[in-house]
Design a binder for this molecule. Structure first.
Ligand SMILES: [Zn+2]
Length: 44
């Protein structure tokens, strides 16, 4: 699930599964579809 969060006066979107932050909701949603916290190799 993607969670919206505010940091440094900016809005970020966090993947609730792995905690990765994205500046675009679409990017976070796309990541979240493929996210598997048992496979950290996906993280760039
Ligand atoms: Zn993730």
């Amino acid at each position: 699930m993607v969670v919206q969060t505010e940091r440094d006066d900016a809005t970020w979107y966090e993947c609730e599964t792995c905690g990765m932050l994205f500046d675009e909701q679409s990017a976070a949603a796309d990541h979240e579809k493929h996210c598997d916290d048992s496979d950290p190799s996906y993280i760039q």
